[in-house]
Write a protein that binds this ligand. Structure first.
Ligand code: HEC
Ligand code: HEC
Ligand code: HEC
Ligand code: HEC
Ligand code: HEC
Ligand code: HEC
Length: 424
């Protein structure tokens, strides 16, 4: 009687323990992952804006940034703002922090020969994300090698939930198996202590239920993985290769406000948006031979490439050799995309698709460039229909609009989700 009671309680204990562990582990996991998206964003903002001069953990052109929040916090309150608030001011535009007379900022500005860039387009929440990253630079990097191994077909780091979810699920499966084994063992011990003769039991892993469960898990996981790999294949959101000349959009489009189409002249004329020829660069760089960050080093590469003799101010014959920019955006061949349609007729701004290029030290691919991305925008974006003669062919839609059968005309309404519009 007593031992029967024991057995039941051990079983119920182990189940309680199992669920408790499950709960604790999953909540730990959830909270540990809570700030991962912000951290990832911070990392990519850091890479595109700050990494040229800073490293979280080592001094470079600028100081190592880990611990920076504590340093500013220790400088104390000034003019009603906390150290952390001044740190944000500094990062967006250090001139403002210096002009305020903040002692720490003034000393910081004088600490090194180089000057920091300004980042007027960064918002406070962007700055906070960058700080989250630099203060915890290794936080999610630790999982990265496993993630890379699990999804080796992906060209860049897997940013999706895929890898961590995979680890989480594998972990749970392992936990369940261990617990089943332990419960079985406990059963045996209890049975023995009762002096029972054990009847041969089918081990759990041979039961039909268990086999079915494993099969189901394999199918679900396999399907998920296939879809994941297929939809990510060749896709490179965040891709930001180093370029042969360290050309900065932040400097040219941000600080110096040069219009995108001054350089990318064909973006409103044709299918492709051109990369400017070095002659375009030379319009200015015949005069400007020195930059704020790299001195003459990078601009000298333009001169070498076009065969410009900066001393005599003449082109030298036969010295030109083209610069090979690394292409960042690249749709598959079976997709037709036309810049002019979007920039002219659609009035879509470059930044809607390419992100805040004017803040990027090196350009990165901002959008996924997936089919879903194109189609979502076509479903949601209204076309300037009423006033646009280009659409007068769509008499039926005009009629429906007048009779209030439809209240808006999206790109999808005029055929923007038909396969052959985008596919050859
Ligand atoms: C062109 C190089 C350059 C870039 C790009 C740059 N910084 Fe700096 N940064 C510096 C230099 C140099 C200093 C040291 C102060 C000085 O001499 O002006 C500095 C100082 C700082 C400080 C103060 C460090 C401390 O110990 O208190 C912070 C914070 C900072 N930078 C953050 C950033 C962030 C965030 C970004 C990107 C959004 C960035 N910087 C981009 C060069 C740069
Ligand atoms: C002074 C000339 C200049 C200006 C102004 C300029 N760009 Fe660029 N852009 C370049 C050069 C050179 C490259 C190739 C090197 C690189 O990727 O940084 C480039 C590359 C790019 C790319 C990546 C192309 C690829 O390989 O897929 C995009 C997107 C882009 N620019 C968008 C913009 C936008 C948006 C603006 C305005 C906010 C702008 N550019 C302003 C010169 C310019
Ligand atoms: C409309 C004028 C203009 C054009 C066109 C232009 N630049 Fe510049 N560039 C500038 C100015 C202004 C500076 C900054 C000079 C300074 O601040 O001291 C600069 C600086 C630079 C620097 C130095 C960066 C540093 O921090 O040391 C490089 C490299 C550079 N440009 C490359 C290019 C390339 C490559 C092209 C062509 C794709 C180009 N520029 C086209 C005006 C231009
Ligand atoms: C509707 C979204 C969208 C808009 C708006 C847009 N682009 Fe693009 N851009 C793309 C896509 C998609 C690609 C990749 C095209 C490819 O691989 O064929 C691309 C590629 C580029 C490239 C690389 C060369 C090329 O054509 O493949 C440059 C440079 C560029 N864009 C600049 C710009 C500039 C500058 C503007 C604003 C005047 C702009 N884009 C507006 C989506 C857009
Ligand atoms: C940010 C929104 C946006 C994104 C992203 C976008 N488009 Fe568009 N697209 C538009 C708008 C707006 C128009 C309508 C232009 C007009 O008024 O004719 C359009 C029109 C088109 C058309 C012409 C449709 C027709 O009327 O025949 C094609 C083709 C097209 N887009 C392809 C693409 C492809 C391919 C992608 C993805 C690589 C893409 N678009 C991404 C906004 C977008
Ligand atoms: C608005 C533009 C657009 C429309 C409309 C569109 N596609 Fe796509 N499609 C794309 C883009 C962009 C890609 C490339 C996606 C990538 O590289 O991940 C793509 C890729 C594909 C692929 C290759 C699989 C893949 O993910 O790379 C297939 C198959 C496909 N589309 C079929 C269709 C069919 C069928 C339709 C009609 C129901 C359709 N598409 C309509 C833009 C479009």
């Amino acid at each position: 009687m007593k031992s029967e009671h024991n057995q039941r309680s051990i079983k119920s204990y182990s189940f309680k323990a199992f669920f408790a562990t499950l709960l604790v582990v999953s909540s730990l996991f959830a909270s540990a992952q809570d700030d991962k998206p912000q951290w990832e964003e911070g990392k990519s903002l850091f890479k595109s804006n700050c990494a040229a001069c800073h490293n979280p953990k080592a001094d470079g052109t600028g100081p190592a940034l880990a611990g920076v929040t504590a340093r500013w916090e220790a400088s104390g309150e000034f003019k009603g703002k906390s150290g952390t608030q001044w740190l944000r001011v500094w990062i967006k535009n250090w001139n403002n922090a210096v002009a305020s007379g903040n002692k720490y900022a003034v000393e910081m500005a004088n600490s090194r020969p180089a000057a920091m860039n300004v980042f007027v387009t960064l918002k406070d929440e962007d700055v906070d994300k960058i700080l989250l990253y630099v203060e915890n630079a290794d936080k999610y990097n630790k999982v990265a090698p496993v993630a890379a191994a699990a999804t080796d077909a992906v060209a860049t780091e897997d940013k999706g939930p895929g890898a961590s979810l995979y680890i989480f699920v594998s972990f749970l499966v392992l936990l369940v198996i261990i617990l089943i084994v332990v419960t079985n063992k406990l059963d045996t011990i209890v049975a023995k202590s009762k002096g029972e003769v054990l009847t041969v039991k089918t081990p759990f892993y041979k039961t039909t239920n268990f086999k079915a469960a494993v099969l189901l898990a394999a199918i679900v996981y396999g399907g998920y993985k296939t879809v994941d790999v297929v939809t990510h294949f060749g896709r490179q959101q965040g891709y930001s290769p180093a370029q042969p000349i360290r050309f900065s959009h932040a400097l040219h489009s941000g600080t110096h406000k040069i219009d995108c189409q001054y350089c990318h002249q064909t973006a409103n004329k044709g299918k492709n948006s051109n990369i400017p020829s070095l002659n375009t660069c030379m319009n200015c760089h015949k005069q400007v031979s020195k930059g704020p960050k790299y001195g003459t080093e990078e601009i000298a590469k333009i001169y070498a490439a076009v065969g410009w003799d900066a001393y005599n101010k003449t082109y030298e014959d036969g010295k030109a050799k083209p610069v090979e920019w690394v292409r960042i955006h690249n749709l598959p061949d079976h997709v037709a995309f036309n810049h002019a349609t979007h920039v002219n007729a659609g009035k879509v701004k470059c930044q809607t698709c390419h992100g805040p290029v004017e803040t990027m030290e090196t350009v990165y691919q901002y959008s996924p460039l997936s089919m879903g991305w194109c189609i979502n925008c076509h479903r949601n974006t209204e076309v300037q229909f009423a006033s646009n003669n280009y659409y007068s062919v769509y008499a039926k839609i005009h009629e429906d609009l007048k009779n209030k059968k439809i209240d808006k005309v999206t790109v999808a309404t005029v055929g923007g989700t038909e396969c052959q519009r985008c596919h050859y």
